[in-house]
Design a protein around this ligand. Structure first.
Ligand code: BJW
Length: 233
């Protein structure tokens, strides 16, 4: 493997699968039990806020019963030991990268442990239920919603992500199906700007043909191996 100076890593639900968090599109996964239109769109929230708030309360609470796995820990080690620039972008709303030791994580689809006020638009760290309509810590309005990015909404920090993709010499996608944009398009963006592109996923993703290199298997095995290789150079 060549020596790299600027790495962008994108992670998805597959990196947390071995920790016991359901992926979105697997058999028995979250989307089989809930219609996307009901729980992951602003329209669904407007139609039935109790359903949506309870769904996210349940998922936030479930976080306390799981922990990071060797893939999260390996990326934290990479952050500590890699001499170049590293941007870790996750589509995941869990906090397993942070609990695995990563200090700088860009949550492009928001976070379960954050609340967004629909009155004052402030984001606040949050670790309690939202279904009982607590007041916003900033403006006191009982208008908090999960701070997650639903379909039709703009993911967070896109300018920063695209700037890093345009300068990266290596783009690595881990545990994501490549079914949801704009994240699914990051590989093409990085490639156009000359980056080497690698997919680490259980199986070939929808965008597998865009990657120059791919390795298939569980993230808990593939990611530590790949991190060792990068750090050896
Ligand atoms: C393992 C493993 C193991 C398992 N080891 N691997 C038509 C065409 C193109 C785009 C659109 C379109 N119509 C609408 C759109 C836009 C829309 C979109 O993409 N829709 C698609 C359905 C087509 N996107 C949006 O609306 C986004 N906003 C937007 O586009 O704004 C405009 C814009 C324009 C230009 C620039 C910027 C913005 C917003 C998308 C928001 C997505 N939100 C969700 C919910 C978040 C909150 C929550 O958690 O409830 O985010 S949806 C859901 O999917 C979640 C995930 O982050 C996201 C991606 O899923 P992910 O992580 O890939 O999971 P899976 O389950 O799909 O895949 C897991 C993979 O892991 C699999 O491949 C397994 O094999 C693998 N795996 N075990 C390694 N052990």
């Amino acid at each position: 493997m060549a020596e790299f100076e600027r790495i962008v890593i994108l992670t998805g639900a597959g990196i947390s699968a071995e920790s016991g968090i359901d992926t979105f599109r697997s058999a028995g996964g979250l989307w089989e039990q809930h219609r996307v239109e009901d729980v992951a769109t602003p329209e669904g929230f407007a139609r039935d806020p109790d359903l949506v708030l309870n769904f996210y309360d349940m998922r936030r609470e479930a976080l306390s019963k799981v922990g990071p796995n060797p893939a999260h820990e390996a990326l934290a080690r990479l952050e500590t030991e890699f001499a170049g620039e590293l941007l870790l972008v996750t589509q995941n709303v869990d906090d397993l990268h942070e609990r695995g030791g990563s200090r700088h994580v860009l949550h492009m689809h928001g976070e379960l442990k954050s609340a967004l006020c629909t009155s004052c638009e402030m984001r606040s760290p949050w670790d309690a239920p939202l279904s009982d309509r607590p007041p916003c810590p900033v403006c006191r309005a009982p208008s908090l919603r999960p701070d997650v990015v639903w379909f039709g909404e703009m993911p967070y920090q896109m300018n920063r992500i695209y700037a890093s993709l345009s300068e990266a010499d290596l783009f690595v996608s881990i545990g994501t199906s490549g079914a949801v944009y704009p994240a699914a398009g990051f590989v093409q963006e990085a490639r156009v700007h000359g980056a080497h592109t690698v997919e680490l996923n259980l199986e070939p993703s929808e965008g597998n043909h865009f990657f120059a290199e791919s390795r298939h298997g569980p993230a808990g095995t593939l990611v530590p191996q790949w991190v060792d290789e990068v750090l050896q150079h």
